[in-house]
Design a protein around this ligand. Structure first.
Ligand code: SF4
Ligand code: SF4
Length: 435
C-alpha cells in the first residue's frame, strides 16, 4: 500500500477544518511546500500545541510521509511563539535535519487561517475560489499529520483530542472516542461551575448547542462552557434585525478595514454587505469576494462598535449566492496590504473584548481515552458522501474495526469503531455502539 492508500484505510480527514478526506488531498497534490498547521486559531483551545509537544515525532513523521508522497521539497511547521513546550520538542526531533523548518508566529487571530499562513510562508495569495495548491502549497493540521503517521502503522482514527474549557471545574484536553456524547466530556472536566450554554469549537467560529448528547466527530476541537447570559452567547445567536442595521450601521467600514481576508487583497467587504442588506441591493454575481470570507468573526466580535453582526450577514449572503447557483471565480483583486503585519489582531485583545479572560488557562492533555458506555458515530464527519455501514445491529465490534466504508466511486472516508461493544442501532445518519 502506498501512503495515500494507508491514509484512506485509516479514515483520516482534515482534523482542523471541514474534514476533507486526506487521501484525496495528498493524491491531488504536487506542491512545492507542505505546511503543518499548528497555529491553533481560536482562543481557549489547547489541542494543537499539546499534540506538537507530546507527539512531536509522530507529527514530523506524518509530514515527511506526505512530503515524500507528493515530492514536496519543503516542509514547514507553523506555530505560535508561546508554545514553548512544542517548540522545544519539535526542535529536539528535528535536530540535524534540514528538510523541515519551523515558522514561529506571534499570537494573533486568526493565525491558523490557511490563507494567511500560505501568504506568510510562501508570499503568495490563494485566490478567491481557489485552494492553497493553486499557489504551490498543501496545508494539513498537525493532528491530521499525527493520524497520517498512525495510519501508516495501521492505526485507524478512533479518537480525537478535545479541549473542554470555559466555566468548568477542571479545564482539560481529553482523548475522546469518536461518537462520545459531550456530557461525558464535561464530566471529565468536573462539570460546570454554573448554568451554562455550550459552544462546540472555539469562541469565535464555534456554534452554540443546547443538546449535550451531541457527539465528538473527527473535526471537533473543543467544547467551551459559557455562563448563561454572557454577552458572547448573545453575540453568537443568529438573531439579527434589518431595521437595526438600517438604523445603526454608519458605514464607518471598520469591519472591512480589520478584515484579515480583505487585507490579503481578496475584496472581502462586510460594510458593503451590511449596506446591501439594509437597502435591499442585489449582490448576486457582483460580490465574488464574499466567497473569501472565512467566518473568523473579527468584524462582529471585535471591529463593530455598535454590536452589529457583519459576519452573520456575510454568511447569509454567501448562502443566498450558493443557493442561486453562483460559483466563486478564481480572482485576486489587488496586492496584499503592505501594513498587513501591523493589522494583525493580538489574541489577548480579542480575549479581552470577548470577556473570556478568566477562562484563558491551561487545559492539560490526558492520554488515556475517557470512558463512555455508548457512542453514536456519525456516518458523515467529512466532506463528501456519507459512509456506508458494513456492520449490522447485534454484531460485536472491537475498537479500530471498520464499521462503515466509502461508497463506490464517491468522495468520502472510512469509519471505525471507537470502543469495544455491540452495534445497537444503525440509521442513515449514525451507528450506535454500546459496551
Ligand atoms: S457594521 Fe459596524 S463596523 Fe461595519 S460599517 Fe457598519 S457600523 Fe461600521
Ligand atoms: S468574518 Fe468578517 S472579518 Fe472575518 S473574513 Fe469574514 S468579513 Fe472578514
Amino acid at each position: 500500500m502506498n501512503v495515500a492508500e494507508m491514509i484512506r484505510s485509516a479514515g483520516v480527514v482534515g482534523a482542523g477544518g471541514a474534514g476533507f478526506p486526506t487521501h484525496v488531498k495528498v493524491n491531488a497534490a504536487s506542491p512545492e511546500c507542505v505546511i503543518a498547521n499548528g497555529a491553533e486559531c481560536e482562543p481557549l483551545l489547547r489541542v494543537d500545541q499539546q499534540v506538537m509537544e507530546f507527539h512531536a515525532g509522530s507529527v514530523i513523521e506524518g509530514l515527511r510521509l506526505v512530503m515524500s508522497h507528493t515530492d514536496a521539497r519543503r516542509g514547514v511547521i507553523a506555530l505560535k511563539d508561546h508554545y514553548e513546550g512544542a517548540i522545544t520538542a519539535l526542535r529536539r526531533e528535528l535536530s540535524g535535519s534540514d528538510d523541515i523548518g519551523l515558522h514561529v508566529m506571534r499570537s494573533y487571530y486568526p493565525a491558523g487561517d490557511e490563507q494567511q499562513l500560505v501568504y506568510d510562508i510562501c508570499g503568495r495569495v490563494v485566490p478567491t475560489g481557489g485552494i492553497p495548491l493553486d499557489v504551490g502549497a498543501v496545508v494539513l493540521n498537525v493532528s491530521t499529520l499525527m493520524h497520517v503517521d498512525e495510519g501508516s502503522r495501521n492505526i485507524p482514527v478512533t479518537d480525537k483530542y478535545v479541549t473542554v474549557g470555559g466555566a468548568v471545574r477542571r479545564p482539560v484536553t481529553v482523548k475522546a472516542p469518536i461518537g462520545a456524547p459531550m456530557d461525558v466530556l464535561l464530566d471529565a472536566a468536573g462539570g460546570t461551575t454554573e448554568k451554562c450554554g455550550y459552544i462546540i469549537g472555539g469562541p469565535c467560529m464555534g456554534r452554540v448547542v443546547s443538546d449535550l448528547s451531541f457527539p465528538v466527530v473527527k473535526t471537533t476541537g473543543g467544547i467551551i462552557a459559557i455562563p448563561e447570559g454572557h454577552p458572547l452567547l448573545q453575540k453568537k445567536s443568529d438573531r439579527m434585525s434589518v431595521q437595526l442595521i438600517k438604523a445603526v450601521c454608519c458605514q464607518c467600514s471598520l469591519c472591512t478595514q480589520m478584515c484579515p481576508r480583505n487585507a490579503l487583497g481578496l475584496r472581502v467587504e462586510p460594510h458593503k454587505a451590511m449596506r446591501s442588506l439594509a437597502q435591499g441591493v442585489d449582490l448576486l454575481n457582483g460580490a465574488n469576494g464574499l466567497f473569501s470570507c472565512c467566518d473568523c468573526g473579527i468584524c462582529t466580535y471585535y471591529a463593530c462598535n455598535f454590536g452589529l453582526k457583519p459576519s452573520k450577514v456575510m454568511g447569509l449572503l454567501k448562502a443566498e449566492m450558493q443557493k442561486a447557483g453562483v460559483k466563486p471565480r478564481k480572482e485576486v483583486y489587488s496586492a496584499a496590504d503592505r501594513g498587513l503585519g501591523m493589522k494583525k489582531l493580538p489574541t489577548a485583545r480579542l480575549i479581552h473584548r470577548l470577556g473570556i479572560g478568566k477562562y484563558d488557562v491551561a487545559a492539560p492533555m490526558e492520554e488515556r481515552p475517557i470512558y463512555t458506555a455508548v457512542v453514536r458515530i456519525p456516518l458523515k464527519m467529512h466532506i463528501g458522501a456519507p459512509s456506508k455501514p458494513v456492520a449490522s445491529v447485534g454484531q460485536r465490534v472491537n475498537r479500530g474495526d471498520l464499521i462503515a466504508d466509502i461508497p463506490e466511486g464517491a468522495l468520502g472516508a472510512k469509519v471505525h469503531a471507537s470502543i469495544d461493544g455491540t452495534v445497537t442501532e444503525v440509521t442513515g445518519e449514525y451507528m450506535e455502539i454500546k459496551v
